[in-house]
Ligand binder design. Structure first.
Ligand code: GDP
Ligand code: IMO
Ligand code: MG
Length: 423
């Protein structure tokens, strides 16, 4: 399989976790490279549901190495809970199958508190963050005042650095009218998590390069989606990391010329959680999917906003990420729709856009130009092969892949491993 980067081609929740779980079968190492526990990757194996936030979705397959790279921001308490939660479901996470970068930044309670306070201050202009402290944690990294996993597992160093950071952040929290944090309490909780995580912490850049020299195949697990990318998304309604393919290099230490392929994951329609423009948003498709009990956020439980497939957006994603192959998920979500719409361009006043305008306000005012496809009105969730798919569904898949400008590789017709059609 060589080295493959997997990214979300839309606004997150495209089904990356499911596709990672499927592709891990052919990989040796799975690497998360960006984001934090704002992510929620849902995987169903043998009727059991698993929701991964920080640990790569490859963990559900035995004898694979899962790595959290330097580009991720780690909430150590959340990570410890995730490990315990998996262990209750009989998934063993040990230093043999899971390694954590010593240069990954640590999310601290003041990051979460600041995240919440800034959202309140923004009022109606809020981003709708997951309140996991992601923005402030990446902010501290860029401002060079962040603490890293290597600091957390070094008791005296952590205590000294934390004392300074809590002092400064408590002043900010007080100024915002929020409660200051107790240094003693944070120290105790974080040190306990640090002791638990210490055996997992390593120099992952060296480890990944060793694996590469042995000829092992690596899968880079993206979090969030192209339009939540800090540079290429609908700023400021984005997350605070580079979720696009370039982030896999900076977030892992594997150089660009050693990457062989980019897989883009996209739903057969569009969803978004949180605020910000979503040109194809439609009450019709939102009501339909929510009525089926689908499209509720894996991290916050919020209902996702839903809309028609937006090929202007996915074509842009192909450009920014260099997507070679496409995995289209949730095809079955459209099984009952009589007439399916696909956005093929935007109109803004007299101007027509064939790409996504950078200005979020302009994008919010864009009207989609739609093409219509006849629905197949047949359940697809039991289809195992391309041939078993209704001809109209085949036509739809081929059309959205062509509009997106990459090769159709996988069609997914249900959350399970076996509901995956290789094209
Ligand atoms: P991720 O964040 O990209 O990993 O995606 P999420 O797990 O947050 O959201 C995707 C949702 O779609 C999850 O509930 C998956 O179980 C589900 N899912 C993925 N592929 C399919 C599919 O082909 N059909 C159906 N019905 N559900 C799917
Ligand atoms: P996965 O990996 C969908 C969204 C939030 C908010 C914005 C900023 O499961 O696809 P943040 O907490 O990151 O500062 O929030 O980004 N968001 C996601 N939306 N899927 C995700 O992850 C997301 N992670 C963040 O809803 O709009
Ligand atoms: Mg998700």
């Amino acid at each position: 399989m060589a080295n493959t980067i997997l990214v979300g081609a839309q606004w997150g929740d495209e089904g990356k976790g499911k596709i990672i779980d499927v592709l891990t079968e052919q990989a040796d190492v799975v690497v998360r490279y960006a984001g934090g526990n704002n992510a929620g990757h849902t995987v169903w194996v043998g009727g059991q549901k698993y929701v991964l936030h920080l640990i790569p979705s490859g963990i559900l397959r035995k004898d694979k190495l899962c790595v959290i790279g330097n580009g991720v921001v780690v909430d150590p308490i959340g990570l410890v809970n995730e490990i315990h939660g998996l262990s209750k479901l009989k998934v063993k996470v040990t230093p043999k199958n899971f390694v954590l970068s010593e240069t990954a930044h640590v999310v601290l309670p003041y990051h979460r508190e600041l995240d919440a306070q800034r959202e309140v201050l923004k009022g109606k202009n809020k981003i709708g963050t997951t309140k996991r402290g992601i923005g402030p944690a990446y902010g501290d990294k860029a401002a060079r005042v962040g603490l890293r996993m290597g600091d957390l597992v070094d008791a005296p160093r952590f205590e000294e650095k934390l004392a300074r950071r809590i002092k400064e952040n408590n002043e900010v929290l007080k100024a915002l009218g929020a409660k200051p944090l107790s240094f003693k309490q944070v120290l105790a909780e974080y040190r306990a998590a640090g002791d638990f995580l210490k055996p997992f912490v390593a120099n992952t850049v060296v480890l990944l390069h060793e694996a590469m020299r042995r000829g092992e195949d690596m899968l880079f697990e993206g979090a969030q989606g192209t339009f939540l990318d800090l540079d290429h998304g609908t700023y400021p309604y984005v997350t605070s990391s580079n979720t696009t393919a370039g982030g896999a290099c900076t977030g892992s230490g594997i150089p660009p010329h050693r990457m062989d392929r980019v897989v883009g994951v996209m739903k057969a329609y569009t969803t978004r959680v949180g605020e910000g423009p979503l040109p194809t948003e439609s009450a019709e498709i939102s009501d339909l999917l929510h009525g089926m009990g689908r499209e509720f956020g894996a991290t916050t439980g919020r209902p996702r906003r839903c809309g028609w497939f937006d090929s202007v957006a996915t074509r842009h994603a192909t450009m920014v990420n260099g997507i070679d192959d496409l995995a289209v998920t949730n095809l079955d979500g459209l099984d009952t729709v009589e007439t399916i719409r696909v956005c093929i361009a935007y109109r803004h006043g007299k101007k027509r856009y064939d790409f996504v305008p950078n200005d979020a306000e302009t994008l919010a005012q864009c009207e989609p130009v739609y093409a219509e496809f006849e629905g197949w009105s047949t359940p697809t969730d039991k289809c195992k092969t391309w041939k078993q798919l209704p001809v109209k569904a085949q036509k739809y898949l081929k059309a959205i892949a062509e509009l997106t400008g990459a090769k159709l590789f996988i069609a997914s017709v249900g959350p399970g491993r076996d509901q995956t059609i290789f094209v």
